[in-house]
Design a protein around this ligand. Sequence first.
Ligand code: MLT
Length: 398
Amino acid sequence: MARFNEHFSELKESYLFSEVAKRVSAFQEKHPDRSVIRLGIGDVTLPLSQTVVQAMHSAADEMGRAESFRGYGPEQGYDFLREAVAGHYRTFGVYLDIDEIFVSDGAKSDTGNITDLFSADNTVLIPDPVYPVYVDTNTMNGRRIVFTDGTAENNFLPMPDRSVHADIIYICSPNNPTGACYNREQLRKWVDYALENDAVILFDSAYECFISNSSLPHSIYEIEGAKECAVEFCSLSKTAGFTGTRCGYTVVPKDIKTVSSDGREMSLNKMWNRRQCTKFNGVPYIVQRAAAAVFSEEGMKEARDMIAHYMVNAGIIAETMKELGIRFTGGIDSPYIWFECPGGMNSWEFFDFMLEKAGVVGTPGAGFGRNGDNWFRLTAFNSKENTEEAMRRFRELF
Ligand code: MLT
């Protein structure tokens, strides 16, 4: 009989958002008449913008004509999209070669897939709380994980500890789930630490488009030295409502080198390219055309309008927390509001309480790590009406 990868037995029974969905459907089955407002998983609710939809339509038409039909595309993504992504980076003052940009089906897959490139005996440094994919995927590979604590005391922005060595460092900024965002000085310290440790930073910038404070960096490459040590993952899921459409991009600079146990150097960019050519057949042409449209002038304007809509909701939730005197972070440069569970409840107790009493779904902080045990996350990805109603119900409870 085939033997299974025993590291899977070290994982929690189910993935965080599957567990939340399971509990919500059990509740709905039991109470079919109750209205449930979902502020749990960060799934967008606004439709794709007009410019994006038009680009999809015309790409679909191209696929239906013999002269413009396309079969397998380049595994790295079409140049028209890689050029568009490079153009987006130039708006932050970051200059990339297009062969450093790899189009993907989203940041979730690539933050997990990148682990293929690293030896199992690397030590991985992961902030806690954080997006659970980093811990789960490294656990699947049996890597040693050390945690760096994000707490209310450090504003959920842990800084490097020079007494700890790491080979791989995950950073998510603006952070999922806390909404906290590193400034330039803080990111510089992480880059310096990575360079001192010959480590690679895996920087998840999936929420960069929510940054409203103009002094905050959108990309780690805004920091000098980052191109020698950081891979960056981004996604159009939240930028332009692509959670169901699936398109993202990963930047693997050519300057990053890794080393084998016997001292041979390898280019991470070449390794990622090799990995993608073997295991990935690229994102559909129609989706890549839609993605390129996001980076057009009109597409970006529409994306910014969507983000502004969600940020009104973030403001409504943040205001409620302020009024009720509940400690929270996020909601300014992020669509997430992260708050301390009232009444001393732990986060799963609070999840059940909110669902039962208010019909409001959130995400228990414990799902993002042990520092989230008494914290809870709400998203701004719903309609204004639903967000207001959720907060009205919330206020009635406290
Ligand atoms: C979240 O709710 O944390 C995100 O939607 C999950 C994801 O992007 O995969």
